[in-house]
Design a protein around this ligand. Structure first.
Ligand code: TTP
Ligand code: MG
Length: 409
C-alpha cells in the first residue's frame, strides 16, 4: 500500500467504437465518438457522479506516517483489549480488524502494537483529509473519520466540455471496472464515469502527495453505490461501477445489514418477515413491507436494496459539536470517576480552543452497564455554558477545568 502510484491497478484506455475493450485498446485521438451530442439529463438518476473515498487502515496509517520506522512491519492499533485496526502487512499474516489483542498476537507473534486510545492525531488527519478534498469542490460529506463522499458531477461536466472542445480526444479510465465489465464509448454514462475515474485518481494522488495518505475510491452514479463499490479492490485502488453492474453488486451482499442505511433494528424487523438477503428484500411485495415498517421506510429501504439512492452529498462543514468519551471500566470510586472526567474535559477544552469557535451548550451523557453485562440506553443532561466561562475559552485560558459543568445532575 505504499508508494504514490497505482502500480497494480490497470489503467484502462477506452476502446475505439466497435473495437474490443481493454488495457491496450486506444481510443481514437481526434475522432468523434458516436455518443457525441447525447446528454444525460440533470433529472436522470444517472446524472450524478459520486466518489466515495475510504482511507486504508486509517489509524495504523496515521501511526506509520508519524513514525516511519513502523512501516513494513505488521502493526496493530490497540484500544483497551481490542485491536481496532491493523496495517496490511498484519492482515496478510491473518490478523483482522477488531480482533482481540490476544488472538491477533497468536496469529502474528511479531505484531507491533501501538495504543490508539487518544484520538487527537486521527481526528486532525481526518479533518486535513476532508479539507484537502474541499479544495477541489465544496460538495464533500464526511462519513466517519476516514470516509468522505465527493460529488464531482460539475467537475466531470467541465471536463466533458473541454473534451468536446478538444475534438473528443482519447479518454482513459483509471483503475478497475466492477466485474471487469466492458466500457462502451457509445454510452454517455460510461464516458462520464470514465471522466469521474480520472478525477478520483487525481484526488487520491493529491491525498498521497500532500498528506502521505493512501485510500480506496469508488466511482458511481450515487452515494450508496459508490460506497459499496469502493472496497472492491483494497488497499490503495479504485473501482468504477457501470450501471450494468448495479444488480450484481447488490446481489453480492448476502445480508440486508450490508446495505448502508439499513441498520440493526430494521434488519431485525425484516428478519421477522423472513427477509435476510438483499434479494429477499427486493422481491418482497411492497404491501407486506409497508405493513411492518410504514410506507416511507418500506419504500426507502426497498429502493436501497435495488441500489437506488437519490440523496445528495450534503457538505458537512465544521462539526456542530465536539465530544469525548470513555468506558470508565477502570474506575471503581467517585474520586477516580472525577479524575477521569477532568482528563476528558481537559482534552476536550484543548480541541475547543484549537477550533476557535465559542461553545454555547455542554452536555453530559452516561450509559450504565448492568451487573448482568447489559448496556442501558444513554441518558443526557445539558445546560448553557455561562457567558463568563465562554469569554475565558475565547482568551485561551484553559484553567477552568470542571467548573464549566454546572449542569443539574
Ligand atoms: P475502517 O475504515 O473500518 O477501517 P480501516 O480504515 O482501519 O481499514 P480499511 O483499510 O479496511 O478501510 O475504520 C476506520 C478507523 O476507525 C480504523 O482505522 C479504526 C477505527 N475503528 C474503531 O475505532 N473501531 C472499530 O470497530 C472499527 C471497525 C474501526
Ligand atoms: Mg478505512
Amino acid at each position: 500500500m505504499e508508494g504514490s502510484g497505482d502500480d497494480e491497478e490497470p489503467d484502462w484506455l477506452l476502446p475505439e467504437p466497435g473495437g474490443s475493450p481493454g488495457r491496450d485498446s486506444l481510443a481514437a485521438g481526434g475522432r468523434v465518438p458516436s455518443c457525441h451530442g447525447k446528454v444525460v439529463s440533470a433529472g436522470s438518476s444517472l446524472h450524478r457522479i459520486i466518489v466515495h473515498l475510504d482511507l486504508d487502515c486509517f489509524y495504523a496509517q496515521v501511526e506509520m506516517i508519524c513514525n516511519p520506522e513502523l512501516r513494513g512491519r505488521p502493526l496493530g492499533v490497540q484500544q483497551k483489549y481490542l485491536m481496532v485496526t491493523c496495517n496490511y502487512e498484519a492482515r496478510n499474516a491473518g490478523v483482522k480488524k477488531c480482533m482481540s489483542v490476544k488472538e491477533a498476537k497468536e496469529k502474528c507473534p511479531e505484531l507491533v502494537l501501538v495504543n490508539g486510545e487518544d484520538l487527537t492525531k486521527y481526528r486532525e488527519m481526518s479533518y486535513k483529509f476532508t479539507a484537502l478534498l474541499e479544495e477541489f469542490t465544496p460538495l464533500v460529506e464526511r462519513l466517519g473519520l476516514d470516509e468522505n463522499f465527493v460529488d464531482i458531477t460539475e467537475m466531470v461536466e467541465i471536463r466533458l466540455e473541454q473534451w468536446k472542445k478538444d475534438a473528443f480526444s482519447k479518454i482513459s479510465l483509471s483503475g478497475h471496472v466492477y466485474n471487469n465489465q466492458t466500457v462502451d464509448l457509445h454510452d454517455p454514462v460510461h464516458i462520464r464515469l470514465a471522466m469521474g475515474s480520472q478525477v478520483a485518481a487525481e484526488l487520491r494522488a493529491a491525498m498521497h502527495s500532500r498528506l502521505g495518505l493512501t485510500g480506496c475510491a469508488g466511482v458511481a452514479t450515487n452515494k450508496l453505490l459508490s460506497k459499496l463499490v469502493s472496497g472492491t479492490f483494497k488497499p490503495n485502488q479504485q473501482t468504477v461501477l457501470l450501471p450494468e453492474g448495479r444488480q450484481d453488486l447488490m446481489n453480492s451482499l448476502d445480508n440486508v445489514m450490508k446495505v448502508p442505511g439499513i441498520g440493526y433494528k430494521t434488519a431485525k424487523r425484516l428478519a421477522t418477515l423472513g427477509l435476510t438477503t438483499v434479494r429477499d428484500l427486493q422481491t418482497c411485495p411492497a404491501a407486506i413491507l409497508e405493513r411492518e415498517l410504514g410506507s416511507s421506510v418500506a419504500q426507502h429501504i426497498q429502493k436501497l436494496s435495488w441500489g437506488e439512492d437519490d440523496s445528495p452529498v450534503s457538505p458537512s462543514g465544521l462539526p456542530q459539536s465536539l465530544s469525548d468519551e470513555d468506558s470508565f471500566r477502570k474506575c471503581s470510586s467517585e474520586a477516580e470517576v472525577k479524575k477521569k472526567i477532568e482528563e476528558l474535559l481537559a482534552s476536550l477544552l484543548d480541541r475547543l480552543y484549537k477550533d476557535g469557535r465559542k461553545p454555547h451548550t455542554i452536555r453530559l451523557t452516561i450509559r450504565q452497564f448492568s451487573p448482568t453485562n447489559k448496556w442501558f440506553n444513554r441518558e443526557s443532561r445539558q445546560c448553557p455554558i455561562p457567558s463568563h466561562v465562554v469569554q475565558r475559552i475565547g482568551t485561551g485560558n484553559r484553567r477552568y477545568g470542571c467548573r464549566t459543568s454546572n449542569c443539574r445532575r
